[in-house]
Design a protein around this ligand. Structure first.
Ligand SMILES: Cc1ncc(COP(=O)(O)O)c(C=O)c1O
Length: 366
Protein backbone atom coordinates (compact mmCIF):
# COMPACT_ATOMS: atom_id res chain seq x y z
CA UNK A 1 0.00 0.00 0.00
CA UNK A 2 1.24 3.50 -0.79
CA UNK A 3 2.38 5.61 2.12
CA UNK A 4 0.22 8.49 3.32
CA UNK A 5 2.40 11.42 2.23
CA UNK A 6 3.29 14.16 4.67
CA UNK A 7 2.64 16.61 1.84
CA UNK A 8 1.74 16.14 -1.82
CA UNK A 9 1.83 19.27 -3.96
CA UNK A 10 1.02 17.60 -7.26
CA UNK A 11 -2.60 16.94 -6.27
CA UNK A 12 -3.14 20.67 -5.94
CA UNK A 13 -1.26 21.38 -9.17
CA UNK A 14 -3.61 19.10 -11.10
CA UNK A 15 -6.54 21.37 -10.12
CA UNK A 16 -4.95 24.53 -11.52
CA UNK A 17 -2.67 23.16 -14.23
CA UNK A 18 -4.56 24.69 -17.18
CA UNK A 19 -4.75 28.13 -15.49
CA UNK A 20 -1.04 28.09 -14.64
CA UNK A 21 -0.06 27.18 -18.20
CA UNK A 22 -2.28 29.93 -19.64
CA UNK A 23 -0.95 32.59 -17.25
CA UNK A 24 2.68 31.52 -17.64
CA UNK A 25 2.25 31.78 -21.38
CA UNK A 26 1.18 35.41 -20.83
CA UNK A 27 4.20 36.14 -18.62
CA UNK A 28 6.51 34.57 -21.19
CA UNK A 29 4.98 36.39 -24.16
CA UNK A 30 5.15 39.71 -22.32
CA UNK A 31 8.68 38.86 -21.02
CA UNK A 32 7.52 40.22 -17.66
CA UNK A 33 10.09 38.26 -15.67
CA UNK A 34 11.48 40.41 -12.84
CA UNK A 35 8.88 42.57 -11.10
CA UNK A 36 6.38 44.04 -13.58
CA UNK A 37 2.61 43.94 -14.10
CA UNK A 38 1.99 40.39 -12.85
CA UNK A 39 3.68 41.27 -9.57
CA UNK A 40 1.69 44.51 -9.21
CA UNK A 41 -1.55 42.63 -9.87
CA UNK A 42 -0.72 40.04 -7.25
CA UNK A 43 0.26 42.72 -4.74
CA UNK A 44 -3.08 44.48 -5.14
CA UNK A 45 -5.05 41.24 -4.76
CA UNK A 46 -2.98 40.05 -1.82
CA UNK A 47 -3.33 43.37 0.04
CA UNK A 48 -7.10 43.21 -0.44
CA UNK A 49 -7.22 39.59 0.70
CA UNK A 50 -5.18 40.40 3.82
CA UNK A 51 -7.32 43.46 4.66
CA UNK A 52 -4.21 45.61 4.42
CA UNK A 53 -3.68 48.85 2.51
CA UNK A 54 -0.48 47.77 0.80
CA UNK A 55 1.50 44.68 -0.14
CA UNK A 56 4.95 44.15 -1.63
CA UNK A 57 6.03 40.97 -3.39
CA UNK A 58 9.63 39.91 -2.82
CA UNK A 59 11.85 36.94 -3.55
CA UNK A 60 11.55 35.00 -0.25
CA UNK A 61 9.87 35.15 3.15
CA UNK A 62 13.28 35.66 4.70
CA UNK A 63 13.78 38.80 2.58
CA UNK A 64 10.27 39.91 3.56
CA UNK A 65 11.28 39.80 7.23
CA UNK A 66 14.57 41.55 6.52
CA UNK A 67 12.98 44.35 4.47
CA UNK A 68 10.10 44.81 6.93
CA UNK A 69 12.60 45.27 9.75
CA UNK A 70 14.75 47.65 7.69
CA UNK A 71 11.64 49.71 6.91
CA UNK A 72 10.97 50.04 10.65
CA UNK A 73 14.49 51.39 11.06
CA UNK A 74 15.77 48.41 13.05
CA UNK A 75 19.57 48.41 13.12
CA UNK A 76 22.74 47.85 15.14
CA UNK A 77 22.24 48.23 18.89
CA UNK A 78 18.55 47.31 18.70
CA UNK A 79 16.94 44.19 20.12
CA UNK A 80 13.93 42.42 18.66
CA UNK A 81 11.94 39.86 20.64
CA UNK A 82 11.53 36.61 18.70
CA UNK A 83 10.00 33.31 19.84
CA UNK A 84 12.47 30.51 20.50
CA UNK A 85 9.96 28.20 18.83
CA UNK A 86 9.92 29.36 15.23
CA UNK A 87 11.64 28.66 11.94
CA UNK A 88 15.01 30.37 12.32
CA UNK A 89 14.36 32.85 9.50
CA UNK A 90 12.34 35.06 11.89
CA UNK A 91 15.63 35.67 13.67
CA UNK A 92 17.65 35.99 10.44
CA UNK A 93 15.69 39.15 9.63
CA UNK A 94 16.85 40.71 12.89
CA UNK A 95 20.47 39.60 12.44
CA UNK A 96 20.66 40.86 8.82
CA UNK A 97 19.73 44.34 10.13
CA UNK A 98 22.68 44.16 12.52
CA UNK A 99 20.31 43.94 15.51
CA UNK A 100 20.08 41.21 18.16
CA UNK A 101 17.28 38.66 18.43
CA UNK A 102 16.14 38.10 22.02
CA UNK A 103 14.54 34.67 22.22
CA UNK A 104 11.45 34.24 24.38
CA UNK A 105 9.52 31.15 25.38
CA UNK A 106 6.17 30.03 23.99
CA UNK A 107 2.75 29.65 25.61
CA UNK A 108 0.51 26.56 25.61
CA UNK A 109 -0.46 27.37 22.01
CA UNK A 110 3.22 27.13 20.98
CA UNK A 111 3.40 30.86 20.18
CA UNK A 112 5.13 33.85 21.78
CA UNK A 113 4.19 34.08 25.46
CA UNK A 114 3.09 37.67 26.25
CA UNK A 115 4.24 37.61 29.92
CA UNK A 116 7.68 36.31 29.01
CA UNK A 117 7.79 38.90 26.22
CA UNK A 118 7.22 41.77 28.61
CA UNK A 119 9.89 40.46 30.97
CA UNK A 120 12.44 40.38 28.16
CA UNK A 121 12.04 44.05 27.22
CA UNK A 122 15.10 46.26 27.77
CA UNK A 123 16.01 49.82 26.80
CA UNK A 124 17.35 48.43 23.52
CA UNK A 125 14.14 46.65 22.51
CA UNK A 126 12.70 48.10 19.31
CA UNK A 127 10.12 45.54 18.21
CA UNK A 128 8.27 42.33 19.01
CA UNK A 129 8.11 39.74 16.22
CA UNK A 130 5.07 37.54 16.87
CA UNK A 131 4.94 34.41 14.72
CA UNK A 132 1.67 32.66 13.81
CA UNK A 133 3.35 29.29 13.95
CA UNK A 134 1.69 26.27 12.35
CA UNK A 135 -1.03 28.66 11.03
CA UNK A 136 -2.30 29.49 14.54
CA UNK A 137 -2.45 33.24 15.28
CA UNK A 138 -0.42 34.33 18.30
CA UNK A 139 -1.91 36.49 21.09
CA UNK A 140 -1.91 39.71 19.09
CA UNK A 141 -4.07 41.81 21.45
CA UNK A 142 -1.85 41.09 24.43
CA UNK A 143 1.29 41.71 22.38
CA UNK A 144 -0.18 44.97 21.04
CA UNK A 145 -0.86 46.24 24.58
CA UNK A 146 2.73 45.42 25.57
CA UNK A 147 4.13 46.99 22.40
CA UNK A 148 2.14 50.19 23.00
CA UNK A 149 3.11 50.33 26.67
CA UNK A 150 6.81 50.21 25.76
CA UNK A 151 6.61 52.11 22.49
CA UNK A 152 7.66 49.16 20.34
CA UNK A 153 6.69 47.99 16.88
CA UNK A 154 4.68 44.81 16.49
CA UNK A 155 5.79 42.67 13.56
CA UNK A 156 3.75 39.65 12.42
CA UNK A 157 5.62 36.72 10.90
CA UNK A 158 2.66 35.30 8.99
CA UNK A 159 4.78 32.95 6.86
CA UNK A 160 2.64 30.00 7.93
CA UNK A 161 -0.69 31.77 8.34
CA UNK A 162 -2.07 33.06 5.01
CA UNK A 163 -5.79 33.59 5.59
CA UNK A 164 -5.86 32.86 9.33
CA UNK A 165 -8.24 35.02 11.36
CA UNK A 166 -7.67 36.74 14.68
CA UNK A 167 -10.93 38.11 16.11
CA UNK A 168 -12.33 38.32 12.59
CA UNK A 169 -9.31 40.04 11.07
CA UNK A 170 -6.73 38.53 8.78
CA UNK A 171 -3.28 37.60 9.99
CA UNK A 172 -0.98 40.24 8.55
CA UNK A 173 -3.41 43.14 9.02
CA UNK A 174 -3.03 43.64 12.76
CA UNK A 175 0.63 44.34 13.54
CA UNK A 176 2.48 47.38 12.22
CA UNK A 177 3.92 45.29 9.40
CA UNK A 178 3.78 41.62 8.43
CA UNK A 179 5.93 39.18 6.48
CA UNK A 180 4.73 36.16 4.49
CA UNK A 181 6.56 33.29 2.81
CA UNK A 182 5.33 31.79 -0.45
CA UNK A 183 7.74 28.85 -0.29
CA UNK A 184 6.11 25.99 -2.28
CA UNK A 185 4.87 24.03 0.74
CA UNK A 186 3.15 27.00 2.37
CA UNK A 187 -0.67 27.40 2.41
CA UNK A 188 -0.16 29.92 -0.39
CA UNK A 189 2.94 28.60 -2.14
CA UNK A 190 4.71 29.64 -5.33
CA UNK A 191 6.31 27.28 -7.86
CA UNK A 192 9.71 28.50 -6.75
CA UNK A 193 10.58 30.99 -4.02
CA UNK A 194 8.52 34.00 -2.98
CA UNK A 195 7.69 36.29 -0.09
CA UNK A 196 5.47 39.25 0.72
CA UNK A 197 4.99 42.16 3.09
CA UNK A 198 1.75 43.83 4.15
CA UNK A 199 1.29 47.11 6.01
CA UNK A 200 -0.98 50.16 6.16
CA UNK A 201 1.98 52.57 6.12
CA UNK A 202 2.65 54.02 2.68
CA UNK A 203 6.04 55.37 3.71
CA UNK A 204 7.25 51.90 4.73
CA UNK A 205 5.95 50.13 1.65
CA UNK A 206 7.52 52.75 -0.64
CA UNK A 207 10.80 52.24 1.16
CA UNK A 208 10.48 48.47 0.68
CA UNK A 209 9.70 48.89 -3.03
CA UNK A 210 12.94 50.87 -3.30
CA UNK A 211 15.09 48.60 -1.12
CA UNK A 212 14.04 45.45 -3.02
CA UNK A 213 14.97 47.16 -6.30
CA UNK A 214 18.64 48.12 -5.73
CA UNK A 215 17.67 51.18 -3.68
CA UNK A 216 16.24 52.74 -6.81
CA UNK A 217 12.94 54.49 -7.69
CA UNK A 218 14.16 55.48 -11.13
CA UNK A 219 16.30 53.15 -13.23
CA UNK A 220 20.05 53.62 -12.70
CA UNK A 221 19.55 56.29 -10.00
CA UNK A 222 20.20 54.77 -6.57
CA UNK A 223 18.98 56.65 -3.51
CA UNK A 224 20.51 54.26 -1.00
CA UNK A 225 22.27 50.91 -0.82
CA UNK A 226 19.61 48.42 -1.78
CA UNK A 227 19.10 44.75 -2.58
CA UNK A 228 17.86 42.65 -5.45
CA UNK A 229 14.85 41.05 -3.76
CA UNK A 230 12.16 41.42 -6.41
CA UNK A 231 9.43 38.85 -6.88
CA UNK A 232 9.50 37.28 -10.33
CA UNK A 233 6.58 37.42 -12.74
CA UNK A 234 6.15 33.66 -13.08
CA UNK A 235 5.73 33.30 -9.33
CA UNK A 236 3.34 36.26 -9.11
CA UNK A 237 1.16 34.70 -11.83
CA UNK A 238 0.94 31.38 -9.94
CA UNK A 239 0.22 33.17 -6.67
CA UNK A 240 -2.61 35.20 -8.23
CA UNK A 241 -4.25 32.01 -9.46
CA UNK A 242 -3.77 30.24 -6.15
CA UNK A 243 -5.04 33.18 -4.10
CA UNK A 244 -8.49 32.56 -5.62
CA UNK A 245 -8.44 29.04 -4.12
CA UNK A 246 -6.84 29.84 -0.79
CA UNK A 247 -10.03 29.98 1.30
CA UNK A 248 -11.27 26.71 -0.15
CA UNK A 249 -7.90 25.01 0.46
CA UNK A 250 -7.72 26.40 4.00
CA UNK A 251 -11.26 25.05 4.58
CA UNK A 252 -9.98 21.66 3.39
CA UNK A 253 -7.16 21.80 5.93
CA UNK A 254 -9.68 22.71 8.65
CA UNK A 255 -11.74 19.63 7.81
CA UNK A 256 -8.65 17.43 8.14
CA UNK A 257 -7.78 19.15 11.43
CA UNK A 258 -11.27 18.63 12.89
CA UNK A 259 -11.22 15.01 11.79
CA UNK A 260 -7.91 14.53 13.65
CA UNK A 261 -9.09 16.52 16.69
CA UNK A 262 -12.36 14.57 16.92
CA UNK A 263 -10.96 11.11 16.31
CA UNK A 264 -7.42 10.88 17.63
CA UNK A 265 -7.84 9.78 21.22
CA UNK A 266 -4.50 8.36 22.27
CA UNK A 267 -3.88 9.42 25.90
CA UNK A 268 -0.13 9.36 25.20
CA UNK A 269 -0.45 11.95 22.44
CA UNK A 270 -1.12 15.63 23.21
CA UNK A 271 -3.24 17.38 20.61
CA UNK A 272 -2.88 21.05 19.56
CA UNK A 273 -5.19 23.61 21.18
CA UNK A 274 -6.92 26.46 19.38
CA UNK A 275 -6.76 29.94 20.91
CA UNK A 276 -10.25 31.42 21.49
CA UNK A 277 -11.23 34.00 18.89
CA UNK A 278 -8.92 32.63 16.21
CA UNK A 279 -9.49 30.62 13.05
CA UNK A 280 -6.20 28.83 12.31
CA UNK A 281 -5.25 27.66 8.83
CA UNK A 282 -3.37 24.54 9.95
CA UNK A 283 -0.19 24.95 7.97
CA UNK A 284 1.05 22.15 10.22
CA UNK A 285 -0.71 19.80 12.60
CA UNK A 286 1.72 19.29 15.46
CA UNK A 287 1.10 16.76 18.24
CA UNK A 288 3.38 15.87 21.13
CA UNK A 289 4.46 12.58 22.64
CA UNK A 290 7.17 11.52 25.09
CA UNK A 291 9.19 9.20 22.81
CA UNK A 292 8.63 10.78 19.44
CA UNK A 293 11.27 8.77 17.54
CA UNK A 294 9.39 5.62 18.52
CA UNK A 295 6.08 7.14 17.51
CA UNK A 296 7.46 8.24 14.12
CA UNK A 297 8.76 4.70 13.54
CA UNK A 298 5.35 3.29 14.44
CA UNK A 299 3.63 5.70 12.04
CA UNK A 300 6.00 4.71 9.27
CA UNK A 301 5.42 1.00 9.96
CA UNK A 302 1.74 1.80 9.41
CA UNK A 303 2.61 3.60 6.16
CA UNK A 304 2.19 7.14 7.50
CA UNK A 305 4.85 9.80 6.93
CA UNK A 306 5.49 12.46 9.56
CA UNK A 307 7.94 15.34 10.09
CA UNK A 308 9.47 17.63 12.73
CA UNK A 309 8.83 21.33 13.23
CA UNK A 310 11.27 22.02 14.73
CA UNK A 311 13.79 19.72 16.39
CA UNK A 312 16.08 22.50 17.71
CA UNK A 313 14.70 25.80 19.07
CA UNK A 314 16.37 28.95 17.76
CA UNK A 315 18.18 29.88 20.97
CA UNK A 316 20.05 26.54 20.90
CA UNK A 317 21.02 26.69 17.22
CA UNK A 318 24.77 26.69 16.62
CA UNK A 319 24.37 29.86 14.54
CA UNK A 320 23.27 31.70 17.69
CA UNK A 321 25.74 30.11 20.12
CA UNK A 322 27.50 33.49 20.34
CA UNK A 323 24.45 34.90 22.17
CA UNK A 324 25.19 32.59 25.10
CA UNK A 325 21.84 30.85 25.59
CA UNK A 326 21.93 27.47 27.27
CA UNK A 327 19.63 24.51 27.71
CA UNK A 328 16.90 25.26 30.24
CA UNK A 329 16.57 28.95 29.24
CA UNK A 330 13.27 28.41 27.37
CA UNK A 331 11.81 25.25 28.91
CA UNK A 332 8.52 25.14 26.96
CA UNK A 333 10.22 25.61 23.60
CA UNK A 334 12.81 22.97 24.47
CA UNK A 335 10.19 20.47 25.65
CA UNK A 336 8.21 21.03 22.45
CA UNK A 337 11.31 20.60 20.28
CA UNK A 338 11.97 17.19 21.79
CA UNK A 339 8.36 15.90 21.73
CA UNK A 340 6.78 17.40 18.57
CA UNK A 341 5.61 15.33 15.60
CA UNK A 342 3.86 16.85 12.57
CA UNK A 343 1.14 14.68 11.02
CA UNK A 344 0.24 14.76 7.31
CA UNK A 345 -1.65 17.98 6.61
CA UNK A 346 -2.89 19.34 3.28
CA UNK A 347 -6.31 19.94 1.77
CA UNK A 348 -6.22 17.03 -0.67
CA UNK A 349 -5.64 14.26 1.89
CA UNK A 350 -8.32 11.68 1.10
CA UNK A 351 -10.77 10.45 3.70
CA UNK A 352 -9.12 7.05 3.57
CA UNK A 353 -5.66 8.58 4.15
CA UNK A 354 -6.97 10.61 7.09
CA UNK A 355 -8.41 7.46 8.60
CA UNK A 356 -5.08 5.70 8.18
CA UNK A 357 -3.37 8.57 10.04
CA UNK A 358 -5.96 8.43 12.84
CA UNK A 359 -5.68 4.63 13.17
CA UNK A 360 -1.89 4.80 13.14
CA UNK A 361 -1.77 7.40 15.94
CA UNK A 362 -4.47 5.64 17.99
CA UNK A 363 -2.71 2.28 17.70
CA UNK A 364 0.58 3.69 19.00
CA UNK A 365 1.37 2.36 22.44
CA UNK A 366 2.85 5.45 24.05
C1 LIG B 1 7.78 31.11 10.41
C2 LIG B 1 8.61 31.32 9.17
N1 LIG B 1 9.27 32.47 9.01
C3 LIG B 1 10.00 32.70 7.92
C4 LIG B 1 10.14 31.77 6.92
C5 LIG B 1 11.05 32.05 5.78
O1 LIG B 1 10.44 32.01 4.53
P1 LIG B 1 11.26 31.59 3.22
O2 LIG B 1 11.58 30.15 3.31
O3 LIG B 1 10.28 31.92 2.12
O4 LIG B 1 12.47 32.44 3.14
C6 LIG B 1 9.44 30.56 7.03
C7 LIG B 1 9.45 29.52 5.98
O5 LIG B 1 10.32 28.92 5.54
C8 LIG B 1 8.68 30.31 8.20
O6 LIG B 1 8.04 29.15 8.36
Amino acid sequence: MEQVPFLNLSRQYQQIQADVHREWDQVLSQTAFAGGPFVTRFEEAFARYCQSEYAAGVNTGTSALHLAMLALGIGPGDEVIVPGNTFVATAWGVSYCGATPVFVDCDEYHNLDPDATEQAITKQTKAIAGVHLYGQPCKLDELRVIANRHNLYLIEDAAQAHGALYKGRRAGSIGDIAAFSFYPGKNLGAYGEGGGITTNQKEWIDHIYRLRNHGSDQRYYHEEIGYNMRMDGLQAAVLSIKLNHLDEWNDGRRLVASNYLNNINNPGVTMPKVLDGTVPVWHLFVVQTADRERMMRHLLDKGVQSALHYPVPCHLQKAYAFLGYKEGDLPRSEALASTCVSLPMFAELTQEEQERVIDAVNSYNA
